[in-house]
Structures are given as C-alpha cells and as structure tokens.
Design a protein around this ligand. Structure first.
Ligand code: GTP
Ligand code: MG
Length: 149
C-alpha cells in the first residue's frame, strides 16, 4: 500500500499542535507505521530539501527545520500521498483552505507547520531518509475491515 512521509515541523511542536495534527490523520483512517520525536541534523534537512537548494529561502528553510524537534510520521493507506496533501493544504497558509491543517493553524509560508510527500516515490524516499531500519512497525489495525471494503 502507498505510504507518505508526513512531518510536524518545529513550529507545530513548539505550539503544542502535535496531538491535534496526528488526530486528523488517525480520524481520516490512515495507518501510522512510524512515529517519533526527532532533532534533525542540518545534513538531513539539506538532503530532504535538496531539490530546493538553489532557492533564495533554502538557508532559512534548513535553519527552520533544524530549529527544534520535529515529529516524523510514516502513514500508510490507499491514496495517502495526495490525500495527506489535501488535508495539509497549499504551501502558503494564508491561501490554504479553512479546514486544512495549514489553513486552520498557520499564517506564513516560512512557518507552515507541516510537511507531506508530493509523490508516492518521494514518500518512499523520505521514509527511508528519516526512519532507520527497525523504527517502522509492521502492523494491521483490527479496524481495517471497517475502513476498507
Ligand atoms: P513541504 O510539504 O514542506 O515540502 O511543502 P510544499 O510541498 O507545500 O512546498 P515546497 O516543497 O515547494 O517547499 C518546501 C517548504 O519550503 C515549504 O513548506 C516552506 O516551508 C518552504 N518554502 C517554500 N517556499 C518558500 C518561500 O517562498 N519562502 C520561505 N520562507 N519558505 C518557503
Ligand atoms: Mg514539498
């Protein structure tokens, strides 16, 4: 099944939004396969956002992501990548729809609370990047037949 890497950024952790954000994904029906609080080294933030390395905001972005602990999530479910992006909302929280995480909880692109993978390929790449062997849990919720036909 498809997997997405979702990460509550340091502002989300500092603002006490961890429980509220994780709840939204749980209630939607996705399965948490990995979950940890983590202080991200600069090298990892640089690797994660390497496609943006030529952007003027890149140094600020790396500083932001390494400014405090993040919460790393590996989520699984059918269509989880696109669905998580919908639940998260567009990059700029002022433009994000009310009802989305960014739309409800943020006001600036540079403090947009959460990350979500933009393709299933990147979901796998990012989960491999942020989680070590043995940190993911292989389990199937007993609830699955009530969520999936
Ligand atoms: P992620 O889920 O974090 O990857 O966000 P995204 O896919 O909605 O946006 P994108 O991948 O284009 O950019 C990654 C992150 O860089 C954004 O979430 C922002 O935190 C940051 N970012 C993007 N554009 C800007 C910008 O113009 N200014 C600043 N300060 N940060 C930006
Ligand atoms: Mg992105």
């Amino acid at each position: 099944t498809e997997r997405s890497y979702v990460m509550i950024k340091p502002d989300g952790v500092q603002r006490g939004l961890v429980g509220e954000i994780i709840s939204r994904f749980e209630r939607k029906g996705f399965t948490i396969k990995g979950l940890k609080l983590f202080s991200c080294p600069a090298a990892l933030a640089e690797e994660h956002y390497k496609d943006l390395s030529s952007k003027p905001f890149y140094p600020k972005l790396v500083k932001y992501i390494t400014s405090g602990p993040v919460v790393c999530l590996a989520l699984e479910g059918p269509g989880v990548v696109a669905s998580a992006r919908k639940l998260i909302g567009v990059t700029n929280p002022l433009q994000a729809e009310p009802g989305t995480i960014r739309g409800d909880l943020g006001i600036e692109t540079g403090r947009n609370v959460i990350h979500g993978s933009d393709s299933p390929e990147n979901g796998e790449r990012e989960i491999a990047l942020w989680f070590k062997e043995g940190e993911l849990c292989e389990w199937e919720p007993t609830l699955t037949p009530w969520l999936r036909e």
